[in-house]
Design a binder for this molecule. Structure first.
Ligand code: SAM
Length: 370
């Protein structure tokens, strides 16, 4: 990947990438841009003494360096997490010569020499975590950051990084009231941010640009609940388990019968109701098998955390099992959206279940039976 050193209008250095035909900063002043967008309208607007920063695109490390330099005076404690898919080689960053004092030059070197696998204390109260990751594939920890420096290449070059999905990811990563700042002020980008649930603000831009954008995660970003509780029953007959095959929003699911718990309803009542609604079968709970004990988000809405409860169940009237409306074992019938089938236990395996939580319940069941 060819990258050339450029000196910008304020005398500070940046790189030019041939691959993207883009400069890493504004040619009207790399330091000016970074100070204006990320520090003045970003970090310096936060009054917390302990700040957690996420940067999209570490590049030259200039944003990291300036944040370190500026945070010294403010006596802020900084946790700086930066993502970069294409880290610079030593020959590239060492020619940048960022910093004027010996201390600054040393810190800039430390920023680049620090590990890509574990956090490094660059200075007292300044922890840097560099991660060699692709923003597109990366999943953030939720509610973890006070501020995001969104510093990807321009949307004309990398439109996929300025999408609603990426901004939703950013919103999930931010704490409530957390902010995202970027040099970009394009209309479509701001619309994507709004669609992702941000409150968007236009601010004066750095030299050479009329505007920049600051987006805030509202305290209560949507009316949607952030949890859903689902209840499932494991029903056995003649060494077979009843499974549900379902096609929903284009996803083919292989799971146990059950459904969502409604407000004001208990888990066991919800399970009994679901069995009656879906199978016209009254069941009673024999035992609790498993409840999700790790974080998992809904396949259909990444903003919603799913907690599933699995019970071993038994029919109230055993004779009803013989008249149950089930399909032949196999794939889902063409004319149906959901099909119930008896699966011989020896033909079932963990990988057949669609969701991680279902797989965990299956493992618990196998352990219980062994
Ligand atoms: C505008 S430059 C960032 C400048 C940087 N903040 C600095 O201070 O020098 C954009 C950066 O995003 C990186 N990048 C491009 N696509 C990426 C992706 N999919 N995931 C992570 N980083 C990416 C580029 O390699 C580049 O370093």
């Amino acid at each position: 990947m060819k990258r050339e050193l450029k000196v910008t209008s304020d005398g500070s250095p940046t790189l030019y990438s041939e691959k993207w035909d883009q400069h890493y900063h504004s040619v009207h002043g790399a330091f000016n841009e970074s100070m204006h967008v990320f520090l003045l309208h970003g970090l310096k607007t936060l009054d917390s003494k302990s700040v957690s920063i996420l940067e999209m695109g570490m590049g030259t490390g200039i944003n990291v360096f300036l944040t370190w330099r500026e945070s010294r005076g403010a006596v802020q404690s900084i946790q700086f997490h930066t993502l970069e898919a294409f880290p610079l080689a030593k020959e590239e960053w060492s020619q940048l010569q960022v910093g004027t004092t010996p201390r600054e030059l040393e810190v800039f070197d430390r920023i680049h020499n620090s590990s890509w696998t574990s956090p490094t204390e660059i200075d007292k109260d300044f922890i840097l975590r560099k991660e060699n990751a692709d923003i597109l594939a990366w999943e953030p920890k939720r509610n973890a950051y006070d501020i995001i420096y969104f510093d990807a290449f321009a949307p004309s070059t990398q439109p996929e990084l300025w999408s609603v999905e990426i901004f939703q990811k950013c919103r999930r990563a931010l704490k409530p009231n957390g902010i995202l700042v970027t040099y970009c002020a394009q209309g479509q980008v701001k619309r994507n941010m709004k669609e992702a649930g941000f409150e968007v603000e236009r601010l004066p831009g750095p030299p050479g640009k009329r505007e920049m954008t600051r987006a805030r995660k509202p305290n209560n970003p949507s009316e949607k609940p952030s949890y859903t509780v689902r209840v499932y029953g494991i029903l056995e007959k003649d060494n077979c388990l009843l499974v549900s095959r379902e096609l929903y929003k284009g996803v083919r699911m292989f799971k146990f019968p059950g459904g969502g718990m409604e407000e004001g309803e208990g888990a066991i009542d919800a399970l009994k109701r679901e069995f009656v609604e879906e199978l016209n079968l009254e069941v009673e709970v024999v035992d609790h098998l498993y409840t999700t004990d790790f974080f998992t988000a809904s396949t259909f809405d990444q903003d919603i955390q799913v907690i599933s409860i699995y019970y071993l169940v038994h029919p109230v009237d055993e004779s009803e099992l013989s008249t149950l409306n089930v399909d032949e074992l196999g794939t889902m019938p063409q004319n149906k959206k959901e099909s119930f089938q008896w699966y011989p236990l020896e033909r079932l395996s963990e990988n057949m279940f669609t969701f991680t939580t279902e797989r965990a319940a299956w493992r618990r069941l196998v352990k219980l039976r062994s």
